[in-house]
Design a protein around this ligand. Structure first.
Ligand SMILES: C[S@@+](CC[C@H](N)C(=O)[O-])C[C@H]1O[C@@H](n2cnc3c(N)ncnc32)[C@H](O)[C@@H]1O
Length: 160
């Protein structure tokens, strides 16, 4: 099952990009043998529309258009469900075993994700009730994908 980290907003070259790339490379190395051939990072420009609602709607259209047929959509949003790393890894394993061709994790831009995306997603996952910048969330999501791979592989990176 392909894993896609879909980001509204681009990250400049620098420490945030380096760290998220490092976790993606680790997730790729650990995931290949587990039926996760690769984590793909896709970035889109934030909309330049004047109103936040119009920006979010335009960004939602881009996100929905980029989903491959049969792909599962997970939204990252402050309002979502609080899940443990083990629960998240179990969800990835179950979705893979159900035969989904791809799973997309969507990260919103400065305005956040639209209601349309939150309704289309299952589940909506939160990293806590605080709001983080999308650059940090990208790193956190990449790390959680790597952590999930190690949990599924029985590797001792994750300790609890
Ligand atoms: C700067 S935040 C969006 C701002 C916020 N929704 C607002 O109303 O102003 C950018 C993106 O990072 C992700 N994000 C931020 N905090 C998060 C959290 N606590 N849990 C999960 N995702 C988060 C979401 O995908 C969000 O759309």
């Amino acid at each position: 099952m392909r894993l896609i980290l879909l980001c509204v907003g681009r990250c400049k070259a620098g420490p945030e990009t380096e760290l998220s790339q490092r976790y993606i490379e680790r997730a790729n190395a650990a995931g290949r043998a587990l039926g996760f051939p690769r984590v793909e990072l896709r970035e889109f420009d934030e909309s330049r529309a004047r109103e936040p609602a119009l920006r979010k709607a335009a960004e939602a259209k881009t996100i929905l258009a980029s989903l491959s047929p049969g792909a599962r959509l997970v939204a990252l949003d402050e309002s979502g469900a609080l899940v443990s790393s083990r629960e998240f890894s179990a969800f990835l394993g179950k979705t893979r075993d159900e035969g989904a061709p791809a799973l997309t994790l969507a990260i919103g831009g400065a305005d956040g994700l639209s209601g349309e995306i939150l309704e289309a997603a299952s589940p909506i996952v939160s990293f806590g009730r605080m709001t983080f910048p999308h650059q940090l969330v990208r790193i956190m999501a990449a790390e959680q994908l790597y952590r999930a791979m190690t949990i599924l592989a029985g590797h001792p990176y994750h300790r609890d």
